[in-house]
Design a protein around this ligand. Structure first.
Ligand code: LHQ
Length: 259
């Protein structure tokens, strides 16, 4: 249900249930989580790129597994989130390496919000982001209530969440929800080039940058200045910082080793 391929420090992770528009069943949950966990565990992996097989990125939860007429009583969806979604979202946000996502087609429900939790979102111009939850009586999950509100503010977050209307890639980029909309034919080349660039960059500096920007969502100014002091202290002790400055002074390209 998830394909992985490691090349030159980049772990390509492809959601792979194309017949179901890569909707999440239990197996795909566990496989995605294992792939992100692998990126935590292996120093050789210096960047992750996530995409979807076929015409969609991900249609969210597989509703085929959720027919209420075949159940004894109402389900505990909180348990589904706690068991399957939330651990993966926490692994994505806490990974001290960049995660690029190439949204190759529709991203609906939790599929949209998993993409938005990644660090750099590129989307094909034909892709759509849909907060599909309201159409089935649910509420945004997979970090969506956090990311939409932080990135867009309440007015647009509520507009998307309550109407469930599709948002084009272009509009998402104009609103600052994603990094870029890219021509469909160029998406994978552009995303792969960016991910490879990150994979040969100063990995620890990138990881600290990611943590610092995420911390700013909840810190006040003073706390964030302290956070910057601490993260810069750590960055300044890395071999890649020494290499970056040496290369600048030598007027040559740096060779970062991710250390
Ligand atoms: C699907 C799905 C799908 C199964 C397309 N499941 N088969 C968390 C906790 C616990 C429970 C509940 O949920 C959550 C979080 C969530 O993610 S809730 C939101 C769940 N997702 C949705 O409500 C989206 C449902 N899908 C759609 O609205 C449309 O399929 C979209 C807009 C994604 C794509 O539309 P189209 O491009 O027109 O494609 P399609 O509708 O024709 O779908 C193609 C096939 O994929 C079709 O199967 P078929 O056998 O007829 O070819 C769909 O049934 C299947 N599919 N999404 N989530």
């Amino acid at each position: 249900t998830v394909l992985t391929d490691l090349s030159d420090g980049m772990l390509l992770v492809t959601l792979n249930r194309p017949d179901k528009l890569n909707a999440f069943n239990e197996d795909m949950h566990l496989a995605l989580r294992a792939a992100i966990q692998r990126a935590h565990d292996e120093d050789e992996i210096r960047c992750v790129l996530i995409t979807g097989a076929g015409r969609a990125f991900c249609a969210g939860q597989d509703l085929g597994d959720r027919d209420p007429r075949k159940m004894d009583g109402p389900p505990d969806l909180g348990e589904t989130l706690a068991t399957f979604y939330n651990p993966t979202l926490r692994l994505i946000r806490s990974l001290e390496k960049p995660i690029v996502v190439a949204v190759n087609g529709v991203a609906a429900g939790a599929g949209a919000n998993i993409a938005l939790a990644c660090d750099i979102v590129l989307a094909a111009r034909s892709a759509r982001f849909i907060q599909a939850f309201s159409k089935i009586g649910l509420t945004p999950d997979a970090g969506g209530s956090f990311m939409l509100t932080r990135l867009l503010g309440e007015a647009r977050a509520k507009g998307l969440a309550l109407t469930g209307e599709p948002l084009t890639a272009e509009q998402a980029a104009d609103w600052g929800l994603i990094w870029k909309a890219v021509d469909d034919a160029a998406l994978m080349d552009e995303a792969t080039a960016l991910a490879h660039r990150f994979a040969s960059g100063p990995t620890r500096g990138f990881g600290l940058t990611k943590q610092s920007i995420q911390a700013a969502s909840t810190n006040g100014f003073d706390a964030q200045l302290d956070h910057e002091r601490d993260t810069q202290r750590m960055a300044g002790r890395t071999a890649d910082y020494a290499e970056g400055v040496s290369a600048f002074l030598d007027k040559r390209a740096p060779v970062f080793r991710g250390q």
